[in-house]
Write a protein that binds this ligand. Sequence first.
Ligand code: COA
Ligand code: ZN
Length: 315
Amino acid sequence: MNHAYKEPLIVQEVAPRDGLQIEKQWLETEDKVALIDGLSACGFTRIEAGSFVSPKAIPALRDGDAVFNGIRREKGVIYVALVPNVKGAERALAAHADELNLVMSASQTHNRANMRMSCEASLAGFGDVVRLVQRAGSTVSLNATVATAFGCPFEGRIDEDRVVSIARAYREMGIDGITLADTTGMANPRQVARLVARVLDDMPATHLTLHFHNTRGLGLANVLAAYEAGARRFDAALGGLGGCPFAPGASGNICTEDLVNMCEEMGIPTGVDLQKLIALSRTLPALVGHDVPGQVAKAGRNCDLHPVPDYVRAI
Ligand code: COA
Ligand code: ZN
């Protein structure tokens, strides 16, 4: 029996941001707000509710300001906004986001594809965002993501020393929270365990988030490897929606209800209401206009038993 399995696993729900950013069909602001309000009632402590990026880059989330202004703020829930630059930070502060999530890729090529700038230019912009927040006297918290931290669809392997030093650079800038993101599902459990252990030498687990995509079917295996290496916070998207439109072959985040179900079966506390989550996930196909990859919403929980057929009773 591994006693570490009693330690809570914090799920940060990212469907309203990572999930919806790649959707082709426009979702009305009120539908986004209703989805976030539904998620707020499921017991999450953190929800990434949208992004404040160029509307040309991500048209699906161009109404971030209206979404943040429309949602019901559940007590105890941190509503996070993804931002790429100072303009995004200004919009997110005006919309009263509780936390800003800055994003840069470890891969220069993916950063150019996604953010249309070099990593150096992204980092300089993050410095400007930190100063903006300090000048404003804002209580907003700061997180920064190392995207493509486990592999890049253009460059392939990513040097682990580079990932560790980017995380260190973020923290030296005054950004407390770090996310290591596997943008296109290239991570494997051994690599994850190694990198998590290295990053946790420099920072507390309370400020580290792991962000996995299930592109190659290793999402939950990677979660367990990270958890066993000491990580405690994980991004996941309802229904397994998600993906970066600027990463070829990208597909969904790990699925929230699949993750929560695994945790429940293993006795790992998450604080998330699985039944409510499954009910909400089952509304997604009608909302986004297609089937979604999550499995537990289709299969039901282990305890959702089926009636015994008459022919079996007769035996
Ligand atoms: N919010 C709204 N508009 C923004 C913006 C922001 N955060 N940042 C820039 N813009 C606008 C500019 O005002 C300008 O508008 P205009 O054409 O009407 O004058 C236009 O976008 C281009 O601005 P520029 O600074 O030249 O940006 P760019 O074209 O070099 O793109 C980014 C840089 C970072 C803004 C863009 O690549 C981006 O938003 N990327 C995010 C992609 C993303 O969200 N990926 C998935 C999540 S990881
Ligand atoms: Zn992602």
